[in-house]
Design a protein around this ligand. Sequence first.
Ligand SMILES: [Zn+2]
Length: 442
Amino acid sequence: MFLNTLGVKEWVIKKWAKSNLENGYRKDEDNVQPNKIRDSTTAPTRSLHDFFDCLPKLESHYCRASTSKLYLEPTWNSKAHLYKIYKSDYCTTHNVEPVSIATFHKEFDKKRLSLYKPKKDLCDTCVAFETGNLTEDKYNEHIAFKNAARTAKTVDKESPNEVFTMDLQSVLLSPKSNTCALYYKTKLIVHNFTLYDIKRNQGYCYLWNEAEGGLTSNEFTSIIIHFLERHIDQFGLQNRSDIQIILWSDGCGYQNRNATLANGLYNLTLERGVTIVQKYLQKGHTQMEVDSVHSVIERKTRNKKINIPADYVYICKTVCQKAPYRVEYLMHDFFKKYDELKYFNSIRPGRSAGAPLVNDIRALRYSHEGVFFKLNHSDQKWQILPVRLNTKTNNATNDANDLPKLYRNRIKIKAEKYKHLQSLKATMEVDYHAFYDNLPHD
Ligand SMILES: [Zn+2]
């Protein structure tokens, strides 16, 4: 019947019949034994699952998205790239039949896997509106916030103020190369927090690896304060009341919008007699000048072999010939416990129900007059942040130089990661091995 009505060749029908049996597909489910239904995976699918299981995943705190998805280490450019390696490497070595690309995609989603992708490619809110999942009112409000931020940033760029954008680059891996051995092993993670001086077109990179520091507000505050102190000294900004120091960033909580950083910045304004303003871009529309630094570094490292984290330092220092980036390579003793500064405990603008939340803050201003906030960049007036300035504690800790160090020792990596890195030594020259041997581990 199929041959006559569909006009297809006999082998096509045979292939359909065979693949339906292999996939355990049975229309009349009543007649299928229960255990058959549950175990509908075929041998190739099972081996695909094994392949997925042995791919290194990023620990959840490296992924900003609050989803239950498992992010793969950023080794893969696309799912097609991953499929290609699965077919050419995994299936060949394990001598198994590869599944089709369609099955590959289906099982990938079923496993809740996701490629680690930079956060800036799409705006969830705009996509939700385009697909009819968001009201027009909400969308218009979102766009108004976006435009207000863009306008305010343009005004800042043309003002005499000091203006910076700052962001964390998506994770870097060490070692890195195109050898198959690296596909299935977890690597050491390297971070790069970058500030960009818009007035002078100068990039500043702060790099550290996961054995030297993590990603808490203490790390980010230590970097931002270190940067600002040097900048204030270099350009003679101390006690300059006519100039504001403006920091543009996304509104990421642990990185840019939290009480630890706010205490650090407020402390700095008191110490140096400066006014510091933090401004946040609208979520989903956080493209800014500092991104160009990251894309230059990404392009440069794409086909480059990285043996140890310091290789990234060299790349950052040399990649931009016109205005070489200033690079700091941080060790664990660089970071301070800024969360011990307790001028105030929270930056929440209100306490009562229905009051604005930390996430609603679009800008913060710190000066000797106190801490002020705005809920919209287009607001003319600053509102005072209702914080009780805790002067008693302030006396005890108001010298940031006296703050305790965040880490007394380097941070231990997991035993499994250490083991993987040990086996990856085979992909690099002997000179590099000692770095991996000396990593603290469980
Ligand atoms: Zn949007």
